[in-house]
Unconditional design. Structure first.
Length: 114
């Protein structure tokens, strides 16, 4: 099982980023996928989830209306479009296959600062 996140970086408040997570080593289309984030000194937080076919999504209240999770099962990739970013969105972001042990990537850092 391998998950590789990318797309993080430094962005000003109000800006946008698109994170990607490339999956391999398992049947990607069989699993719901989630994005989590963890800020320094804080617990890991669930940000967004999409079902295996992508037909249903859920979001943390803190990102609802600003973030969009999507997936492309043909490319074994899940995305997180982040708009109207705030300093409190600063964190390492991780993707995860729900119910699949060990399915965590190395994370990608998002820093929102002026």
């Amino acid at each position: 099982v391998r998950l590789v996140e990318s797309g993080g970086g430094l962005v000003q408040p109000g800006g946008s980023l698109r994170l990607s997570c490339a999956a391999s080593g398992f049947t990607f289309s069989s699993y719901a996928m989630s994005w989590y984030r963890q800020a320094p000194g804080k617990e890991r937080e669930l940000v967004a989830t999409t079902t295996s076919a992508g037909g249903s999504t859920n979001y943390a209240d803190s990102v609802k209306g600003r973030f969009t999770i999507s997936r492309d099962n043909a490319k074994n990739t899940v995305y997180l479009q982040m708009n109207s970013l705030k300093p409190e969105d600063t964190a390492a972001y991780y993707c995860h296959a729900l119910g699949l042990l060990g399915s965590w990537g190395q994370g990608t850092q998002v820093t929102v600062s002026s």
